[in-house]
Design a protein around this ligand. Sequence first.
Ligand SMILES: [Zn+2]
Length: 174
Amino acid sequence: MWSTAADELAHGLRPVPSGPAYRVNSPPANAPVTQELSAELARVLERFAKDSGFSEQRPVHIQFGQGTVGHHQAGRAADIYGVEGIGIEKWKARWDAKLGLARRAEQRHAPARQERHSNLGWRLYKALQVYGYWTQPYGYPIQLFGPWTREEGPWKYISDGLLAAHGDHIHVAK
Ligand SMILES: [Zn+2]
């Protein structure tokens, strides 16, 4: 159940704001989060945008979705479903196709390098991993999950179930 706008304001929750080099979708999909999470995402998204060649003149578009379980209820988690209008699962399928082909051809390096340069889903995941500070509840892994988690970490032992649950979005919590 979602609280009213007045409740959200009273608890200091707000949707993740757009930044100079990135734009986010509007509420209600861009669900309100804590000020702390909002600030962390804003910092990392701007860094991702600039690193990936976007700018104030040509910002990148990020699509948030509405998570429902666990940390989402307190505004402490956010789910990202797309970059530049392309779903995270499509970015991952493209990644797998490019690197799978490269592996078979035994010429991995050039396609991998090219895909690291141009795959915005993978780039966003890595920016969140490298530049973000996410929560790690006692006894639980760092709260960054997505379709790349088993290959890239931070928690490579992710279960099949949890990996499947994050096949189409990136989840972060703070
Ligand atoms: Zn989530």
